[in-house]
Design a protein around this ligand. Structure first.
Ligand SMILES: Nc1ncnc2c1ncn2[C@@H]1O[C@H](COP(=O)(O)OP(=O)(O)OP(=O)(O)O)[C@@H](O)[C@H]1O
Ligand SMILES: [Mg+2]
Length: 341
């Protein structure tokens, strides 16, 4: 478990102070894949550097497994660092060492016996699917393969925690999906807690169980991925979600609908099991109203269903309002008002 307790980090640049992390309180449970998302400069990398002890907080405490790591002595600190693996956007591999040499490096540093190193390197390269590349140099690998080497190296010291700083940002979408699958396997097979930062909502959507949104050094929202995605509390969170889920037709299409005399549009959200139930057809039929689904989707998120439908109703106006009121008792419904977003 990683606990941030009122953690702040301020950098002094001459007379100027940069408040990179402000009063962050956050708990990452053992075995979580915890994502931190935010725009550039939000303080994400700084927060990670506080976890792997490359930076010390200006105030507050960071506890890992109940131990306050901010007060560790140098020897204990070195030991704690071995417990935390890290992978990077630009891979940070040694170009002068082979793939096997890169993975062996942290084991050599830790004074592991030679025979043990060679056994472990073979095992790790097999795990990441690069057994046949052991003798190659990083320059001879694709980006995805380089990141696999990065992951093997990060796992070499058997860490409990893996930290990923924009680990897939330099990769194309297919390769990103491959690497994310590998990270999921790392989490599942070894029970390693993964803390990852990204500016891509796809990454959060595809592998994280929990998410925190950072802005200007602060955590402005956090929670389970399903809850945050289906009920964001903050405008910035909504912007990130919209980058992966277009929940409204584009302004042009909405305008076309209105210009053609289309009536009021309503947005309905269905969450979990209710997405299976024919709520819309049952309620409208009972009020003698008809409906038209103009736009929408039902998708799966964290193994739960989440439906977002844009609907218009027609029929006697009083009956329509009664139907809408009844739907409102069963699920979220709101009129679509803005044309521009
Ligand atoms: N060593 C440092 N000295 C001074 N200022 C720093 C230092 N490291 C980070 N900052 C500042 O702290 C703020 C947060 O930076 P950080 O790198 O944590 O953001 P980020 O969310 O990781 O951004 P990006 O998505 O671009 O990587 C920025 O304003 C940055 O300029
Ligand atoms: Mg960063």
């Amino acid at each position: 478990m990683i606990e941030f307790k009122e953690v702040s980090k301020t950098f002094k640049l001459g007379p100027r102070e940069v408040h990179a992390v402000k009063d962050v309180t956050l708990t990452v449970e053992q075995g979580d894949i915890f994502g931190i998302i935010g725009f550039s400069g939000a303080g994400k990398s700084t927060l990670l550097r506080l976890v792997n002890l490359l930076e010390r907080p200006t105030s507050g405490r960071i506890e890992i497994g109940g131990v306050d790591v901010t007060s560790l002595k140098p020897k204990e600190l070195r030991k704690q660092r071995q417990n935390i693996g890290m992978i990077f956007q630009n891979f940070n591999l040694f170009n002068s060492r082979t793939v096997a040499g890169n993975v062996a490096y942290p084991l050599k540093l830790a004074g592991t016996p030679k025979s043990e190193i060679s056994r472990r390197v073979t095992e790790l390269l097999q795990f990441v699917g690069l057994a046949d590349k052991a003798a190659n140099y990083p320059d001879q690998l694709s980006g995805g393969q380089k990141q696999r080497v990065g992951i093997a190296r990060a796992l070499a010291s058997n860490p409990d925690i893996l930290i990923c700083d924009e680990a897939t940002s330099a990769l194309d979408p297919d390769t990103t999906a491959d690497i994310l699958r590998l990270l999921k396997k790392v989490n599942r097979e070894f029970g390693i807690t993964i803390l990852l930062i990204t500016h891509e909502m796809e990454v959060i959507q595809s592998i994280c169980s929990k998410v925190a949104v950072m802005e200007d050094g602060e955590v402005i929202e956090s929670g389970g991925v399903f809850d945050v995605f289906t009920d964001p509390q903050h405008g910035t969170t909504e912007r990130f979600i919209r980058s992966v889920q277009q929940d409204l037709p584009s302004p042009g299409i909405l305008k076309e609908w209105r210009d053609a005399g289309g009536g009021k549009l309503y947005r309905l959200l269905f969450k979990g099991a209710i997405a299976n139930e024919p709520v819309l057809s049952r309620v409208t039929a009972s009020h003698g109203v008809t409906f038209n689904i103009v736009y929408g989707s039902v998708r799966e998120l964290q193994e739960r269903l989440f439906g977002n439908l844009i609907v218009s109703f027609s029929g006697d106006p009083d009956a329509v309002s009664r139907a809408i009121s009844e739907i409102a008792t069963l699920t979220d419904i709101e009129e679509v008002i803005e044309i521009e977003r």
